[in-house]
Each structure stands twice: as C-alpha cells, then as structure tokens.
Design a protein around this ligand. Sequence first.
Ligand SMILES: NC(=O)c1ccc[n+]([C@@H]2O[C@H](COP(=O)([O-])OP(=O)(O)OC[C@H]3O[C@@H](n4cnc5c(N)ncnc54)[C@H](OP(=O)(O)O)[C@@H]3O)[C@@H](O)[C@H]2O)c1
Length: 334
Amino acid sequence: MTANRIAIVRRAGGPERVEVIDAATPVPRAGDVLIAVEATGVAFADVVMRKGVYPGVGFPFTPGYEVVGRVVSGDGIAPGTRVAALTVTGGAARLAVVPAADCVAVPDAVPSVQAAALVLNGLTAWQMLTRCVAQPSVETMLVWGAAGGVGSVLLALGRHFGIRTFGVASGSRQDFVRQRGATPIDRAGDVAAQVRAASDGGVDAAFDGVGGPNVRISEAALRPGGCLVMFGFQGALGGERLNPLKAAAAVLRSPRRSAQAQFLAGTGRRGYLIGQWKDAHPAFYRDDLAAILALAAEGRLVADIAAELPLDRIADAHRMMAAGTQPGKIVIRP
Ligand SMILES: NC(=O)c1ccc[n+]([C@@H]2O[C@H](COP(=O)([O-])OP(=O)(O)OC[C@H]3O[C@@H](n4cnc5c(N)ncnc54)[C@H](OP(=O)(O)O)[C@@H]3O)[C@@H](O)[C@H]2O)c1
C-alpha cells in the first residue's frame, strides 16, 4: 500500500539529495499515534543531518524535526485531535508515527504553520531563556543569528518579557531586527564593542549558536555576573560548505576556560541541547511546549515565517536555507 509520501535523504550531499517518494502507510505501535501531518519545519539541523554529521542520524533518513497535524489513529489521543511534537527526524511526510507521550495539543487559535515554527525553535528559545538562565533576572540580552529561526523567536520572547535585546544579523537583515523591537548589531563589525557601548558595559545573557571561537566574542559582551548559553556550532560547521573532518576539528578547537577564570570573571557558561533536556525532563518538554502554544494562541507570540512550501518542494526549501536571505522559519506543508 503506498498511501504515504515522504521526503528521504539516502546519501550525504547538497539539497539535491532530498527526494520525495511514495511510501507505505506507517503502522503505529503500542504507545504511538499516526498523524496526518499539516506542517513541519526546515532547520539548520537538517543541513547537518544531510551532510552526514548529525550525532545519531544515519542514512537513509526522513528529515523533519517537528510535526503538527491531526491524529488519525493510535493510543491514548482521540482521532482528529491536532497535536505538535518534536520528532528530530520523520516529520517531512504526509503520515508520521510519533509517541503519544511526545504530543501536545495545539490550541484552535494557532495555525499549523505557526505551531510548527514554534516547536524546535520555540522550545529552544523558551528553555534557554527560562530554564538555562533565570529569565526574571535578565534585563539585557545578546542574540546571535537574530534573523534566523531560533534567533527570531528569542527576539519575540525578549519583547514578551520586556528584555532589552541586541540582535546580531548581517546586511539588510538588521532591518528585520529593528522592526522586531531589538537593537541591530552588525555581524561584520566588532560585535562585543558594539554591544558593550550600546548596553552600558555588557548584557546579562548571551545566546550563541555560532560556536567555536565566537564564544570569546559573546563572553566579551557580558557584564559581570552575566551568563553565556552555547547552543550550536553553525559558524564552525560552515553550513553548506560543511566538511566533516574540518568541522570536527573546528568544534574541538572551541576555547577552554578554567573554573578559576570563570569564578574571577563572575560569569557563567551553559550548554543547551534540546534532545538532552527532553530526555532528562519530559515534563518540562510538555509544559514548555504547551506554554509556548498558549502564548501563540493569545497572540502574544508570533513566529516569523520565511516561506511555506509543499512537500514536493522540500529540496528548494533546503536551497533557501542555504541562501539564508529570508528571516524566520521555512515551513513545509505535506
Ligand atoms: N542546541 C539545540 O538544541 C539547538 C536547537 C535548535 C537550533 N540549534 C542551533 O541553533 C543555530 C541556529 O539554528 P537556526 O535553525 O535558527 O538557523 P538559521 O535559521 O540558519 O539562523 C541562524 C542565523 O545565524 C547567522 N549565522 C550563520 N552563520 C554565522 C556565523 N558564522 N557567524 C555569525 N552568524 C552566523 C545567519 O544570519 P545572518 O546572516 O543574519 O547573520 C543565520 O541566518 C544552529 O547552530 C543550530 O544547530 C540548536
């Protein structure tokens, strides 16, 4: 039976490796639900998987780090219920099987495209801000990749919590940062100096998904007592130019710092990985995703959508991701 249609990547390479094929209808096992997918996202993580260097994901795989859709059948959730879930892989399909325990109900007021843009990026931004750093104590923050998927949600949450936000972006994407109520910081300039000058000596929190040597710049932008949250290696990995051996070497060259130096500087470093947090604190995952979707339902959190494309154009979505011209999240509508 070939009622399903899925994206598949069989070998490492560029966007042309992302194919869309007919497939059998997946069968949910005990504890799973079958979902008719209405939306899934494209993320930098998909590029890393497609290049064959994402830990734990081998070939062939179906991309799609999240799903939003209606339950068709399975355990514990009524058919027809619209749910969102973090999947890591498998979301780019008309039909997907997901553990029922990972599904969170999507309020009627939230369109599926919005919900999909808020699963991976929303959870990442929310948990970094509310669980890695004590959000009520953050008056100022620095966001790298502010016009990107995670960064644009951090800008929105900054507005929601009343945090003065400095957003790093390149070229004309700085206009986007300004329009979202944050202070644009030119990626081509001396970021730490610009932030210190504009923030009276540094920020309370810096969110750095660029990684590698960039963390030094982030730390130089902190005020005493501030905290750096490291959540990616986008700069070291080099996007579409990613070469696995060079990437591994670049990641290993991340600056080291002694506990003593950290104590004397009074600043902290945290790492954030969404999968680790989900496994360690499944209740946080569910509560936080529900909280984000509730904010969206109230109209207090609106994700920026870079583009909406049908499943058959997912390779184009990967090309757009590489070009990185449109701010916000690229969403696929299977
Ligand atoms: N740890 C986790 O659990 C987790 C979860 C989600 C995402 N991530 C990570 O978060 C990062 C961002 O992901 P995303 O999906 O939001 O990506 P994205 O949509 O591509 O946005 C990231 C933005 O960062 C900027 N950028 C790229 N390379 C840069 C560099 N070398 N130096 C400075 N800025 C650079 C680019 O914007 P400009 O051109 O405007 O500068 C880019 O649009 C990635 O590292 C990803 O792996 C981690």
